[in-house]
Ligand binder design. Sequence first.
Ligand code: ADE
Ligand code: ZN
Length: 347
Amino acid sequence: MTLPAHDTDLRHWLRKLPKAELHVHIEGTLEPELMFDLARRNGLSLPWPDVQAVRNAYRFTDLQSFLDLYYAGAGVLCTEQDFHDLAMAWLQRARADGVVHAEIMFDPQTHTSRGIPIKVVFAGLASALRQARQDWGLSSGLLLSFLRHLSEREAMDTLEAALPLREAYQDLWIGVGLDSAERDNPPEKFARVFTRCGELGFHRVAHAGEEGPAGYVRQALEILNVERIDHGVRSSEDPELLQELIHRQIPLTVCPLSNLKLGVVERLEDHNLARMLRAGACITLNSDDPAYFGGYLLDNYVAAARALELSHDELVTLMANSLRASFLPAADKSRLLDQLAARVGQA
Ligand code: ADE
Ligand code: ZN
């Protein structure tokens, strides 16, 4: 089957098919309009005069240049209502893109370091996620992510501060992640905290091989025992590693527009996701920080499809991979995979 020639038709087809978003940072969904609303609401000033000036500042040269802005923007999030509004705004867009399940990263240390209690963050996000589940049947989970530019001690303290909330959020808090500045912050730095998370029964994911070398992907697998790699695009620099990822079907949650905006690839046409997919890797498409990188989930699908000449079947595989790679119970996965197959058949 050939793909629709016009992007609006392609989007329409993609939208109807069930898919999961597995790599999105909730702080990275903060649109400049909401950033200004929340700053006003909380009596805070921003280093930009208006929304347009913020957007103009979104010219990144690498991961760190983005992170500096991203952490500054997140400084407007103060109350439970702020976290609720942030999550709800993203959920509405995700629903419009045909997302049926989301596993969402959040960075508590970005907020606790400003004196915002971790329970405020959990409560605000949870009320929005539960509302989306109840009203729209959009299921979700939370991945508490440790900031790798900080120490392992601080990660451990964050985990200990969050654990008393586990029971209250057991329907949502499914696992942990590792994000922020990758260079010089190897996965092995977080060996003990990830071991503890494994013992506690949390799912584990980590950013690796975004800017850092393929060796960091190996460390994430062997030392942190992660079940998914976020990004992982530099894995292909080590053919043996890539073969292992394929053999074990370890998912790579790839974010094409993020990679383009942060200079991980110079042109989308050069992205290795299609080559890895065609070699049998479990690739999923995701949006990372959509408010900063100029694209939500469907924008990533359409951009990748056009730049890499992905086929109809390859796009269906990417959507099926997103469901398979999720941490949903097996029965939910097979129900959604059946739904995907049925809808593809109808199209
Ligand atoms: N935090 C938010 N987005 C990130 C990314 N792309 N890489 C690492 N840390 C992040
Ligand atoms: Zn990310």
